[in-house]
Design a protein around this ligand. Sequence first.
Ligand code: SAM
Length: 313
Amino acid sequence: MNKLTFKDILKNFEPFPKKDFRNLKDLKKISKFTLLSKDGKKYDIRNNLNNLSGSEWTYFLNSVEVTNYPVKGENSFLHNIRKQHPSPKPPQLLKKIIEFFSKEGDWILDPFMGVGGTLIGASLAKRNAVGIDINPKYLKIYNEVCDKLKLKKQISINEDARNIPFIFKNYEEFFDLILTDPPYANMMAKIRTGEKAKKKGKYKTPFSNSKKDIGNLSYFDYLKELKNIIAGTLPFLKPKGHLIIFCKDLQPNDTHHNMLHADITSKLLELPKLKFRGYKIWYDKSQKLYPFGYPFKYVSNQLHQFILIFQKE
Ligand SMILES: C[S@@+](CC[C@H](N)C(=O)[O-])C[C@H]1O[C@@H](n2cnc3c(N)ncnc32)[C@H](O)[C@@H]1O
């Protein structure tokens, strides 16, 4: 860490204030549990999770999220700079998830922040966030993007996520949400083959060459290490808080199905305090199709990712 303790870092940080739908002006009570706002939205007073109305809540429950966010121009949140990272996430999608699983002014932790999809999404949704990444280059890019977009900078820490128990010592149950997009086992550290290699080059695009980068571990070592990191992170999540993990399956081989979403879920459920609440599938329409396997065998174009949703008991 930058030699500063988390307490010192917090002293210099101006957080977004807490805001709840109950603070809205001119709310009318129309039944035992229902409040009606001036613009016709209905809120349930028992909702302690988010600031959404009933219909906004229902809209989010669609298990498939289809997006086609621009990767150029004003609404791309400087994708052209963020794409120096091999797999930046769209901040607009992260904002949506954050708005369901937290309230304004809540605190979010991303132990694998990359160039800050979660942190930018948090700023757009007026939540506070702390991001960690082992590669200092990605933090620099995140800070450059915030400067250029004139966006509030969240707290970014250049560290190994294994050190989370030391970084946040004395801040147990501080975070309302853990939202992260870890490496998908060693997917990015593999050399490209077939059609993709022809178009994009044969090289691999690991996040770093560091041995501490969990994207450089073999599949099963990765699962063990991810579980250890999450175990070290959970004490800092409030009870009932959610842990949300993005992941993408690897192509199957003769020895294993490589459904990473299923393996991560099974592995994390070995942790006593976690419950699995289900997943959303994210289909990114901006991705291209490749004729993998043609004309010999079926090889799927995985244009979707899983958003795995856990909750701390
Ligand atoms: C899939 S990327 C995250 C991308 C991010 N969502 C974004 O929008 O840019 C995973 C990140 O995990 C980081 N990482 C890998 N091992 C790590 C570790 N042990 N501690 C912290 N970060 C790590 C990598 O450097 C990489 O940036």
